[in-house]
Structures are given as C-alpha cells and as structure tokens.
Design a binder for this molecule. Structure first.
Ligand SMILES: *[C@@H]1O[C@H](CO)[C@@H](O)[C@H](O)[C@H]1NC(C)=O
Ligand SMILES: *[C@@H]1O[C@H](CO)[C@@H](O)[C@H](O)[C@H]1NC(C)=O
Ligand SMILES: *[C@@H]1O[C@H](CO)[C@@H](O)[C@H](O)[C@H]1NC(C)=O
Length: 322
C-alpha cells in the first residue's frame, strides 16, 4: 500500500493534466490505470491489457485462469504418446491473449461470462487438437492440445483460386496447423496479414511457435470469417443481434452458433452428430474443471447447432476448416 500511495501522489499531478488515476486493488497484484474518455471509463491493466479500453477495467484472464487450471484442462498433452510434447504451455496462451484482451477477449461481461468465454474458446481448441478416443486413459476429453499439426496430410492445400491474392509459395505446405487448425493458402495468407507475420511463405511458423499458434486461433475467434458476419466472440458474449434471417435459420447468440460460424455445415445442421457433440463435450468438461460448472452453459438448445442452417455452406466457401 505504501508504494501505491507514493504512486498516487505522483499521479495526482498527472491527474490535473490528464485526468488519470490509479486504483490499488487490495488483493490484486496488478495496478489498474483508469481515465474517462467522453464520459466513458477506460483502463489499462498490466501487460495483459495494455491498450486503453473499457474491457481492461475488468479482471484479466490470468486473474481467474491460472497455470494449474490450464494443466488440468490439458493434462495429457505431454505424455509420451502425444504428438506435440513440450510445445503448448500456459505462458504462450496468456501471452497470445494479451493482444486481444483490450478488445474484449476474456474480459467482457463480468467474471462468469469471462470464464465461460475462455472455456468456450479452449473447448473448440481442445476438441480440434485432441487425440483422445473412446478408451484413452483419463477419458477422451483429457487429450486436448495433443497435436499442433495434421499428421498425414493427403494434399498440400494449395487453392489456385487465390493465386492473385494469396499465391502459394513454392514448396510451402498449407496443411492443418495450430490451436484452431489453419488449412489452405487463403487462410494462412489472411491470418498472416492480420498478425503481420508472413505465414504465406512460412506456414511452418505456426507449428514452431505456440504463442503465434494461439494468437492465430484467438484472432480467428475474434474476427468474422466473412464480412457482415459476426465473430464467434461477438456471438458468444451476446454482442451480436440476430437478424430475421438468422432467426429463421435458428441462429441464436449462443455457444451452438460459434460452431456454425467457425465450421458451418461440417458440424451444424446435421442433427446430433459426433463432430458437434465432441466440441460441446469439451466445453462442458472445461466449465467443470474451471470450477464454473456445466449448469452455467445453459439449456441443451443453446449448446447445439443441430438444427441451424450454416452461415457458410460448403458449396460456396473453402474458408471453413475441417
Ligand atoms: C466488466 O464487468 C462487469 C461486472 O463485473 C460487467 O457488468 C461489465 O459489463 C464488464 N465490462 C465490459 C466492458 O464488458
Ligand atoms: C513467437 O511468436 C511471438 C508472437 O508472434 C513472437 O513475439 C516471438 O518472437 C516468436 N518467437 C520466436 C522464437 O520466433
Ligand atoms: C435474407 O434471406 C433472403 C432469402 O434467402 C435473402 O434474399 C436476403 O438477402 C437475406 N437478407 C439478409 C439481410 O441477409
């Protein structure tokens, strides 16, 4: 507290000029800087939330999601039979999230919603990177982050349709890599552009750098797959308001619809299929392990996209992954 008071004295001076103040959060170790912009409160909170934003006034992800929880969720990832031993870790996830927390990733809507969003995002990740199967030790849900790449690609995923925008680089292979696996030159190109990393020439960076792999996945979660569509994030936290067409297509602001926007008819609109149920099971399992409890996920309807029409039907897009 003594030190915080010292800072307060200094900041009082700044306050006059910049309308800036500091909160010493009793039990929180990170200081939150607060100011008002046009009547709205915005904050900066440590290195995790380092751009002025209303979201940074809330807890950051590491305040409610810690190493032991990450280890619980992905408990089998470093066993000898896993396929990315030593690759994925908590630090990489938190480092990657720091680029998106000021935009609302894991910082929207209060603690329960914040924890639910982390569970939902990681539920998608865990399912897509799992090598668990029916009889796996620890159960099929304990094997998330077992992979960081597709093991036996049957092709190099070069789509010539995009030869002017995202031309394939000679020798590069665009098979699935990452936490929400990226496939195809067009998707490596778009992700690389957003993250300012030349993934079109170097798609292999994603399987070499876990922070980058998580950044790419969180970017996908936070960004609409197509213009005029919501992001999975906006759907999940309720920022998105369905149109009439969406309502007719049974698309609601729920976890179910995050599967729709990310995977379309690979997963949704096909009844109670395994591809869908597996993602839902990971989400619910993680809610339990994080101490929120699966009851918080809401009724089955909100978890399912079994009856939804796809945002992006397969026939008109290659941007959905498997
Ligand atoms: C921050 O958390 C509070 C509840 O603690 C919530 O009401 C508010 O909406 C959150 N802020 C943002 C920007 O989501
Ligand atoms: C991994 O990626 C992160 C984020 O893009 C970057 O800051 C870091 O330098 C990279 N690490 C290596 C060893 O290239
Ligand atoms: C709604 O659906 C109709 C029929 O499929 C379509 O013509 C129209 O463009 C859609 N409207 C919006 C806003 O997407």
């Amino acid at each position: 507290m003594g030190m915080c008071r010292g800072i307060l004295v200094i900041l009082t001076v700044i306050l006059v000029l910049g309308n800036l103040s500091v909160i010493c959060n009793g039990d929180e170790s990170e200081k939150t800087l607060v100011k008002k912009v046009k009547g709205q409160k915005v904050c900066i909170r440590g290195w995790e939330c380092k751009t002025w934003s209303k979201y940074c006034c809330n807890q950051t992800i590491s305040d409610f999601f810690q190493v032991y929880q990450f280890e619980n969720l992905f408990s089998k990832r470093n066993t000898p039979v896993a396929h990315a031993v030593g690759f994925w870790d908590y630090q990489s996830f938190i480092m990657a999230s720091a680029d998106f927390q000021h935009l609302g990733f894991g910082t929207t809507g209060g603690k329960t919603m914040q924890m639910k969003e982390v569970a939902a995002f990681l539920g998608h990740v865990g399912c897509k990177t799992s090598c668990g199967y029916g009889v796996a030790t620890g159960g099929p849900l304990a094997w998330g982050l077992c992979y960081n790449r597709e093991m036996s690609p049957s092709q190099s995923y070069c789509d010539d349709t995009y030869k002017y925008t995202y031309p394939c680089s000679p020798g590069a292979e665009y098979y699935g890599r990452g936490a929400l696996p990226i496939y195809w030159n067009v998707n490596y190109g778009a992700t690389g552009e957003a993250l300012k990393v030349d993934l079109l020439s170097h798609p292999e960076y994603i399987e070499q750098n876990a922070t980058l792999a998580f950044q790419a996945a969180i970017w996908r979660w936070m960004t609409p797959v197509k213009k005029n569509q919501p992001s999975a994030h906006d759907i999940f936290v309720g920022n998105w308001k369905p149109s009439k067409n969406d309502t007719l297509a049974k698309r609601t602001p729920t976890f179910g619809t995050t599967m729709n926007v990310l995977y379309g008819d690979f997963v949704c609109g096909k009844g109670d299929v395994d591809a869908m149920n597996n993602i839902v099971s990971h989400y619910l399992y993680y809610l339990d392990l994080m101490g929120i409890g699966r009851e918080e996920a809401g009724p089955h309807d909100e978890l399912s996209c079994a009856e939804q029409k796809a945002f992006n039907p397969t026939s008109t897009t290659t941007t959905a992954s498997s």
